[in-house]
Design a binder for this molecule. Sequence first.
Ligand SMILES: Cc1cc2nc3c(=O)[nH]c(=O)nc-3n(C[C@H](O)[C@H](O)[C@H](O)COP(=O)(O)OP(=O)(O)OC[C@H]3O[C@@H](n4cnc5c(N)ncnc54)[C@H](O)[C@@H]3O)c2cc1C
Length: 411
Amino acid sequence: MNDSQPSPISRTLTSETTDVAVAGAGIVGLAFALALSEGGSSIAVIAPHAKSKTVNAAATEPLETRVYALSPATRRFLEDLRIWHQLDAGRIGVATDMRVFGRDGTWSELHFGAYQSGAQALAFMVGHNALVGALKSALGFQKNVRFVRGTVTGLEVSTDGVVVHGDGFGLKAKLAVGADGIDSAVREAAGITSKEKSLGATGFVANFAIELPHHDCAYQWFSDEGIIALLPLPGRRVSLVWSAPEALAADLANRSPVEFASRLAPYAGKALGTLSPVSEVSSFALRRLSVGHWVKPGVALVGDAAHVIHPLAGQGLNLGLDDARVLAEILSARGPQRSLGELRLLRSFERRRKEAVMTMATATDALNLLFGRPSGMLAPLAGLGMAALNRMPPLKNQLIGHALQNAAFGF
Ligand SMILES: Cc1cc2nc3c(=O)[nH]c(=O)nc-3n(C[C@H](O)[C@H](O)[C@H](O)COP(=O)(O)OP(=O)(O)OC[C@H]3O[C@@H](n4cnc5c(N)ncnc54)[C@H](O)[C@@H]3O)c2cc1C
């Protein structure tokens, strides 16, 4: 539990004003700023590194390892923002099928197909830098958006707005939006309490070339070695997301990409043939976070600042982008009498998003508990559950439909 007292404020000049100050230029913060900018509000995006990145990497550059599985709903949002078509289609992976496996011999296989649910695809795999670059380029054309280089260190909330303090700047705004990730300084400074726990696992990501075509199928294995997903990238390439329990993670941390490839062979070999590394391996400590309130007068949280869930279902960014979409929509549709930082307005955002996020977080926790490390009494239940689910197309289709509506499915 974090301290509920506002953190100390660094005193700086507060001569600059803006309608909305967005802390954090991650994908969620940038997408929110772009979505809101259409309405004409002045927006300041505060980021430690405010420089733009190139939109599209050269075709010869290797695909980046920080890859997100984005849902069709997220794609529609990015299309509305005119971002999707800025991305290099040749560097986007598509998953039209997904195969999920349990422990050898004890679980059956679960198969999800987009076409049987009337959808074009289950998910699209897009690189982090490609998304950030496209969003920053688009924001460069918005005259009402500017970037402030710096790090937020404190907030001062009063009846006529909020002053956002940082290293070397002070900014007066009607609304401060915390899009500053899991360790959100805005959340801390606003005195919004959070509950956090380690998931006792580390996430490893890397890209591999494969011997056999993946046919746009994503694979996921729930095993004693954690949860392993291989997501289809363009051509004969896959992106690995391996959530490994701590004891194994300590060992994997010292392994080379080639050793990772041979560790994956028992899982992927049959379907994908030999794996050869085409990138380094990166790792992320997996944490889970929830907050009691997402908003206070003059303050709102979006993305990982408000919620962090297990990556096994590949939902975190999809949920964060939906926060960005809904908050921008509510603020843009407010009447002329209503202030951007008005609590009732912000509460309507919280109400619209909180339940969807809680549902997804609970479902993900349940999947992790039931299928992620089933032991003792839960093991037969998990096997039964997966086998039964596979034999119930209406239920399975319902699950896919829900996931396609709300976020990416699987991973
Ligand atoms: C292994 C792994 C795999 C994942 N795979 C998927 C997936 O396939 N699909 C999916 O939807 N999600 C996935 N996720 C979740 C996803 O990575 C996050 O939900 C998403 O990146 C959150 O974006 P954000 O913009 O909210 O936060 P961040 O990406 O953390 O961005 C926060 C930004 O704020 C800046 N910042 C921090 N502090 C300050 C400050 N004080 N002042 C100013 N700026 C600040 C940071 O520099 C950063 O740029 C995965 C997560 C993990 C760990």
